[in-house]
Design a protein around this ligand. Sequence first.
Ligand code: PEP
Ligand code: MN
Length: 347
Amino acid sequence: MLLRLRKNLGPSELESVLAVARDLDLATRFLDANRTILELVGPADPRARSRFEDLAAVAGVLDSADQPELVDRTRDRADTVVRIKGAIFGGGYASLIAGPCAVENEARLFEIAAAVRAAGATLLRGGAYKPRTSPHSFQGLGARGLALLAQARERTGLGIVTEVLDPRDVEAVGRVADAFQIGSRSMANAALLVEVGRAGKPVVLKRGLAATEREFRLAAEYILSAGNPNVVLCERGVRGFDRFTRNILDLGVVAHLKLATHLPVIVDPSHAAGRADLVRPLARAGIAVGADGLMVETHPAPHEVHSDGAQAVDLATLADIARDAEALLGLDGRRFAALDHPAATAR
Ligand code: PEP
Ligand code: MN
């Protein structure tokens, strides 16, 4: 590990760095006459980078490749393959998560669930607790929404991905969800990340509205550090300066995270676009750049949607998106995990 220290440090400032090095069992050696480049050698410890970054005496961490954090790809760590009921993310498989933005009512949810399954999705999404920008907007059906999701699973065999907003709800949501969704607005809620980490179920972690890739990785690091390795990273667009889309879909970060981490990465083209007409092309781009799956909002009557109506694709378009993805996956020797596929149930 290499640190760049601030110039002209006093003895106590320097000691603050050396004390952390001792604590982590790292040997230290200055590489320059000015004593600003410090090399540290010793056992790998995921705490090392953040511990040094926090110190006022450290101007920057120049290289921490020998001190990987838990999310980092290392030579001896195989890709994490996350299985959620019939879905497989990673290891040559991609999966489709689809459904409404929010659970709205029984009839609508069951109609969508059946169509989502027919299109080739393995997981049904739908918020029972909705993190709305305005407190006056529809906030979701809460516990009743969870009960409807459980019934939809019974009827279709689809696994359920649903958002948890509050650490106090993790237990109740976990009784129904096959995977927790951590939404964009909650990505930096450390207490919630620790709680879903402890709960042991897989987590679909969405990137914060304006989170850097490092902040995104560190949010996953919280879940992994709490003992839960089953994290799927979800790029859903970051806030930009232009308003023709809701967000800017960061395809670069998808390709980057596939290289920099061992976790599966999926793309949510719906919240990125904010417009139904761009969802299909962005979904194609996501798979082409290496995503291990898609999360898509769909609705049979977009003009009746309670939340995020403008970005909901109709059910025919969802089926097109699934077909596109299957074809694109085939180009690089990957495949869609389907509910009836034997690999999907071989756990
Ligand atoms: C959602 O998935 O409906 C949602 C609220 O997404 P995000 O957290 O990405 O805004
Ligand atoms: Mn939504």
